[in-house]
Design a protein around this ligand. Structure first.
Ligand code: ADP
Length: 191
């Protein structure tokens, strides 16, 4: 029993090291990042909008809109991939987060699906480095702390079973978001 306990502890330490090595939390503008893929908090039309979506379309240039128009939309909780065009990132993974309606409309599961489907899309393209904004936590009104917990939980679950992705970067736009991400990382990932 003692060695079983030790093995479980070794496993936990290994997971923790892997998470610390692969997850980065930064404050900044996601459109500036030189990563293989950035995730866009898009809307169902995929035709651009405000917030991070608008910033991504502005930086990528009009060819992005031409491609997303052809893709023809995306259901909430799913993800679609386009090129990055004038962005430093090679790919944009467009995922559509839920609009927060108080929490009884399956919002938490839908947000978790966004992360799972975005990781699946990243793997499909052979991506090594991917950056996420706080999907749904802007105009869509999802409480930031809850959104961050879901992001961390899904990322941990994905990374535990994956050896292809080298880096997951959480990009926080504000100082407040940075603090919440850092706190959630400490309690949910390394605790
Ligand atoms: P949603 O409609 O899914 O809520 P928003 O774009 O309104 O999407 O907000 C999602 C998050 O992205 C918010 O935390 C917002 O502060 C952040 N954000 C806005 N612009 C950028 C950017 N250029 N880089 C990174 N994050 C951004």
């Amino acid at each position: 029993a003692e060695s079983r306990g030790r093995r479980a502890e070794d496993g936990r330490q290994k997971t923790e090291e892997k998470m610390k090595e692969k997850i980065k939390i930064i404050q900044g503008d996601i459109t500036k990042l030189e990563v293989d893929a950035i995730v866009n908090a898009a809307n169902n039309s995929l035709l651009g909008g405000g917030g991070v979506d608008g910033a991504i379309h502005r930086s990528a240039g009009p060819d992005l809109l031409e491609e997303t128009r052809k893709i023809g939309g995306c259901p909430t909780g799913e993800a679609r991939v386009s090129g990055g065009y004038d962005l430093p990132a090679r790919w944009v993974i467009h995922t559509v987060g839920p609009v927060w309606k108080g929490g009884s409309q399956n919002e938490e599961n839908l947000l978790a699906s966004c992360y799972r489907n975005s990781f699946a899309a990243a793997v499909e393209k052979g991506v090594k480095t991917v950056a996420f904004p706080a999907v749904s936590a802007g105009v869509y009104g999802f409480p930031l702390k809850k959104a961050t917990e879901i992001a961390m939980r899904e990322t941990r679950q994905f990374l535990e079973n994956d050896d292809l992705l080298d880096q997951v970067i959480f990009v926080c736009f504000s100082q407040e978001a940075l603090k919440i991400y850092q706190e959630t990382f400490s309690t949910r990932i390394t605790a």
